[in-house]
Write a protein that binds this ligand. Structure first.
Ligand SMILES: Nc1nc2c(ncn2[C@@H]2O[C@H](COP(=O)(O)OP(=O)(O)OP(=O)(O)O)[C@@H](O)[C@H]2O)c(=O)[nH]1
Length: 333
């Protein structure tokens, strides 16, 4: 990836080295799909064999800013800079509870993930928020603390909507869920037959291109760009809504004092985007608090033991160096 950086692009000269980096923690209970989500964010396609994370794994996404999703008013004419978004994928397993705080350092943003098919993972987000708030150090913290009790923006992503019990009028059956989603996209009218292929095991197959649009990648990109803007451009886009999202009236203010937590009823206060790509909650407090839904039909196997990804050596090196990350070579400030 690094070799691609520094190319001239439409007459705009980018620096030879990335201009900076933001760090995003991705937390939530074991098995909610954090690794799978990160893979999708990076590669725009579902992962084939998600493996349980050992300790912590870090993936890096390259973003060119101003990008096509940034607002023109914020763009600096004639400049285009490269940034890295570090996605720190923390194992949700209890056995790593004690070592996790080692990774809660210099955080620019947090993505909380829960599994829509298991309500307790949503309730757990309060615990996760408290853990990050108690042990984290934050880069460019806000003066006030938000609903999660942390001083940096966060996203909440409800994953596995494909297998979650629905309040959408469908039965919760995978094919029904896919039909509902395809209808929302405008690909199908109610009553039309859902095109299925034999490529998807178990249910006779679903069209992959329809499935793969279920996470609002654009909203996530905006979140990353907002973090970059906060850190490097001093722009705090607290109240600006994402384009294409409608917002119901809401009385809650943008921030809560420290000690506040993510409440279940807040997580339930949902509405749907006008482009139908996801579910977004709490619009009045965007982008500090943005709620998305995602889900892709997966094979269900979550290997343990021998199948685990082995990143513990890297994790240890972070511990030994007293918090200075092996990713420090990516921090080009
Ligand atoms: N049906 C469905 N399964 C999913 C989805 N996302 C992930 N999975 C499956 O859920 C299991 C766990 O996914 P992971 O991405 O490893 O979960 P994790 O949160 O990283 O888990 P830990 O590493 O233990 O913290 C895997 O079998 C995935 O294939 C989804 O959107 N829908």
């Amino acid at each position: 990836m690094i070799s691609r950086l520094g190319k001239k692009n439409d007459g705009l000269v980018a620096d030879n080295a990335p201009s900076g980096q933001v760090r995003v923690l991705v937390v939530g209970d074991s098995g909610v799909g954090k690794t799978s989500l990160i893979h999708y964010i990076l590669h725009s396609k579902p992962i084939l064999n998600a493996r349980r994370t050992v300790g912590c794994s870090v993936e890096v996404k390259h973003i060119r800013y101003p990008s096509s999703t940034s607002s023109s008013s914020s763009a600096q004419i004639g400049t285009e800079r490269d940034f890295f978004v570090e996605l720190w994928d923390l194992s949700g397993h209890e056995r790593y509870k004690d070592c996790r705080p080692l990774f809660y350092s210099q955080i620019n943003g947090v993505i909380f993930v829960h599994d829509c098919s298991q309500r307790k993972t949503k309730v757990s987000l309060q615990k996760w928020a408290a853990e990050v708030a108690a042990h984290g150090t934050f880069s460019v913290p806000m003066v006030t603390f938000n609903a999660a009790g942390i001083p940096v923006p966060y996203l909440v992503i409800g994953n596995k909507v494909d297998i979650a019990p629905k309040n959408t009028g469908s039965s919760g059956n995978l094919v029904d869920v896919a039909r509902h989603w395809v209808e929302k996209q405008g690909f199908l009218s109610p009553g039309d037959e859902l095109p299925v292929t034999q490529s998807f095991p178990g249910n006779g197959g679903l069209d992959a291109s329809a499935i793969e649009g279920h996470l609002a990648l654009d909203a996530i990109q905006r979140f990353f760009i907002d973090l970059i803007r906060r850190k490097y451009f001093g722009v705090d886009n607290v109240k600006a809504p994402l384009p294409g999202w409608t917002s119901p009236p809401r009385s809650m203010g943008p921030y809560h004092s420290r000690g506040a937590s993510l409440h279940d009823d807040e997580l339930d206060d949902s509405y749907t985007s006008s482009n139908g790509q996801g579910v977004l909650h709490n619009p009045s407090i965007m982008p500090q608090e943005t709620f998305l839904a995602s889900g892709f039909p997966y094979h269900h196997h979550h290997p343990t033991g021998a199948g685990e990804t082995h990143l513990i050596a890297r994790s240890n090196s972070i511990a030994k160096s007293g918090g200075s990350s092996w990713l420090s070579d990516l921090d080009f400030r």
